[in-house]
Structures are given as structure tokens and as C-alpha cells.
Design a protein around this ligand. Structure first.
Ligand SMILES: *Cc1c(COP(=O)(O)O)cnc(C)c1O
Length: 418
């Protein structure tokens, strides 16, 4: 029994059972492979579990679509799939009207293409706009690629310093942007702390400075509400193997607001992005609309499991998914306060759910060893320096009982490492 919270182990497990019994989305957990096992999965924010229907769905795809239709599959379905699936992700999870979202390359490659396109457009409109604004705690790929683009195009990177337990605030962004800003690249939900930025407010700040903004939605899509059109996003990219359960290496999506599609030119000119794909003409003319943001042949096989999860998100709706996500992270924080704070653990994520995405980071200097010990016991969180154990709570596949079991095992592992 913890004297301050009064929460004891048996009480917490009983409360977890009650929360599971009252959870309107509880039935979805059984739809995922492996959910019946005692394993505790706290890393659905890095790689979502597969849906059971994807096991058969992938076999059907190989047998019937690929094996049965062979090259005819391209005309019949696959040429259209990146756009059809993009529109479905847009409608179900991004607040994006049709014709603005495409599924294509990896997040890294799509970010490169969009950031470079945005930088070039900003420069063409006003050569004084030489800076790309990014925060020092953005995901490595985001930081590395803006440095590469700045070097390639003669631009500069303007860094925003952030609190590692939080993220980019309106004040911090306001101080960084101005007439020299070409574009801003930010993560909506920070991969380390889980901080969820006020994307509408930050977009307005970038626009007031005359700059474009590119949103990285990797830790947002499928877990939190995004209103790309209403919040006036310019460009966005996000992963599909995290909360959209597309499987390892499933392709990312790009969102480009309709108003920018004809003026942006991405740097990887490939045949799939050309105006007439099968004309095979002497030179590249970009397609009208989202096709110009593709380059080469899209990875159709890697969209099969993703399609299954997108259908489920369409059925459930992001509102209920986000409600469950908040309830899971609230419960995890209460357990951390009761069981882990006495062992020296601090919550390195925002306590206000309005500023928190789908994961909670728990900090302690021994968390690297704790994570290794937990993996041995089939409790799978992940670790991010400095001392951060990330608990990713994928809303449809995680139960409250799993949160209680896993957090109890974090406490036991911490005691064991001393
Ligand atoms: C996971 C993640 C990525 C990953 O990019 P890949 O090209 O899929 O490896 C990029 N940005 C953020 C913020 C992420 O969380």
C-alpha cells in the first residue's frame, strides 16, 4: 500500500478489471495476433501488433490479387491504391478531404521530398527565406534531413531548444520564426516525451510569419485527433506501422493541402509521378494532383495489413480511440505515481492529457537495464535516452489489465536492479 495514494497492488488490478469491463472498445483487443498471451506489449507506438484478419488477408492477397491477377493487378487496383488508401486515412484519421493524401515511400523519404519542395517554393517566392526551423528534440530523421537539405540548397537550420519532458510551445516557435523563415518542421506528438503540440496554434504562428509548416504525424495518426484541413496544415507526413498496424516497413503517407499541389515540385522525379505514366516520354512533366509526390513503384504488398487497420479505425472513429488512449495513459500515470515514484521514477511526459499523445515516458537512471530485464520477461516497453522507459499504449490492442501487470513488473525490475 502506498501511503500517499492509497493504491495497493490488488486494488489497482481490481480497478484495471473494472476499467476493462466498462471499456466500450474492449472487444477489439481479441482481433490482434498475440493478445491472448501473457506478454505485455508497451511498444505499439513503434510497431503495432498485426490484426488476425491480416494473416488471412496477406495470404489471400498473394494467392488471388498477386498470383491470380498478376500484372493486370496494376490496372485493376494497384495504380489507384496509394490514393484510395490515402483518402481513407485522410478521412478516418487526418481530417483531410479527398485528393490530398497519398501512401508511398518511407516517412524519411516523403519528409525529404516535401521539405525540399517546400524550401524551394519558399525560396522562389522570396530569396530572403533561407531558414528551416526545427527543434533539437525532433526525431533524428527529421533533424538529419533538414541539415542535409540546408547544405544542399544553401539554407540554414534554426534550432529551437526544448524541454525534453515537453515539446515545442507557441512562445518558442514565435521566437524562432520571422521574415527569414522558409519553413517549419515539427512533430505533432514528440517521440520521446509524448508531448502533443497545439498544431492549430503553431500552424497559425508559422503562417503569420509567412512560412510553410510541415507536420510529422508519426506518433499521432491512429491515436489522437488530427484536423489537417481545419487546422490549415500545409504539408504532413506520418508512419503507418505504429498506430496504424501496417507491419514492419509499411509505407508512410503524405498530405499536401490542395492549395499547394500545383506549386510544389518534389525532387525525386520518377515515372510514377509523371503526368502520363505510360507515355514514357523524353522528359518529366509532373502529374496534376497528389500523383506528383510519388516517384517510383509504390509498395502495394506492404499496404495489405494497413488496409485492414484503416477499415477498423473507420469503424471505431478517432474520437472513441482517443478517449481510450487518454484513459490508458491516465491510468499508467496513476500507477507510476503510486508504485514507481517511491522508487525514484519521474513522469517525463505532460500530465495534462490535452498536451499528451498516446505514450508515457518514465524516467530513472537505471531504465536501460530495466528495459533489458523486462524484455527477458516478455514485458516489452522501449528505451530512449536519457533514462526514459516509454510505455506506448496502442488504444485498440491494449487492456487496462496489461497496463497494471506491466507497471507492476517495471516496479519489480527496478527493485531487482537496485
Ligand atoms: C518513427 C518515426 C519516424 C520513422 O521514419 P521512417 O522513415 O519510417 O524510419 C520518423 N519521424 C518520427 C517522428 C517517428 O516517430
Amino acid at each position: 500500500m502506498n501511503p500517499e495514494t492509497g493504491l495497493s497492488f490488488p486494488d489497482a488490478h481490481a480497478e484495471a478489471s473494472a476499467l476493462d469491463a466498462a471499456d466500450p472498445l474492449r472487444a477489439h483487443r481479441d482481433a490482434f495476433v498475440g493478445s491472448e498471451a501473457p506478454l505485455v506489449y508497451f511498444d505499439g507506438n513503434s510497431l503495432g501488433r498485426p490484426l488476425r484478419e491480416s494473416v488471412e488477408g496477406l495470404a489471400v492477397f498473394v494467392r488471388e490479387e498477386w498470383g491470380g491477377r498478376l500484372i493486370r493487378g496494376w490496372d485493376e487496383q494497384w495504380m489507384a491504391l496509394p490514393f484510395a488508401l490515402g483518402d481513407r486515412i485522410g478521412a478516418a484519421a487526418l481530417g483531410a478531404a479527398p485528393g490530398q493524401t497519398v501512401v508511398g515511400d518511407s516517412t524519411t523519404v516523403l519528409l525529404y521530398k516535401l521539405v525540399r519542395a517546400a524550401f524551394d517554393a519558399a525560396q522562389a517566392a522570396d530569396p530572403a527565406r533561407v531558414e528551416i526551423v526545427v527543434d533539437r528534440d525532433n526525431f533524428p530523421t527529421d533533424r538529419y534531413l533538414v541539415e542535409g537539405i540546408a547544405a544542399e540548397r544553401g539554407g540554414d537550420v534554426r534550432w529551437i531548444d526544448v524541454d525534453l519532458d515537453a515539446g515545442v510551445t507557441a512562445d518558442a516557435l514565435s521566437a524562432a520564426v520571422g521574415p527569414q523563415t522558409a519553413l517549419v518542421l515539427l512533430s505533432h506528438v514528440a517521440y520521446r516525451s509524448g508531448y502533443m503540440a497545439d498544431a492549430a496554434a503553431l500552424t497559425a504562428i508559422a503562417h503569420a510569419a509567412g512560412a510553410l509548416i510541415v507536420w510529422d504525424l508519426c506518433h499521432s495518426v491512429g491515436a489522437v485527433e488530427v484536423q489537417a484541413d481545419r487546422w490549415e496544415f500545409d504539408l504532413a507526413v506520418g508512419c503507418t506501422y505504429k498506430y496504424l498496424n501496417g507491419g514492419p516497413g509499411s509505407p508512410a503517407f503524405a498530405y499536401v493541402a490542395t492549395r499547394h499541389q500545383e506549386t510544389l515540385s518534389q525532387p525525386i522525379h520518377g515515372w510514377m509521378g509523371a503526368a502520363d505514366v505510360f507515355a514514357m516520354g523524353p522528359e518529366y512533366t509532373p502529374a496534376v494532383g497528389m500523383r506528383r509526390f510519388l516517384s517510383g513503384t509504390p509498395p502495394i504488398t506492404a499496404m495489405v495489413a494497413l488496409r485492414d487497420m484503416v477499415a477498423r479505425v473507420e469503424d471505431v472513429g478517432i474520437g472513441p480511440i482517443r478517449e481510450k488512449s487518454v484513459a490508458l495513459t491516465e491510468f499508467a500515470i496513476r500507477l507510476a505515481d503510486a508504485w514507481l515514484a517511491p522508487l525514484g521514477v519521474t513522469v517525463a511526459s505532460p500530465r495534462d492529457p490535452a498536451f499528451r499523445g498516446g505514450h508515457v515516458t518514465l524516467a530513472h537512471p537505471r531504465m536501460r537495464e530495466v528495459t533489458a530485464a523486462l524484455w527477458e520477461q516478455d514485458v516489452i516497453p522501449d528505451y530512449r535516452d536519457p533514462g526514459g522507459l516509454r510505455i506506448g499504449l496502442s488504444p485498440l490492442s491494449t487492456s487496462f489489465a496489461e497496463v497494471a501487470d506491466g507497471t507492476a513488473k517495471v516496479a519489480a525490475a527496478l527493485r531487482a536492479v537496485g
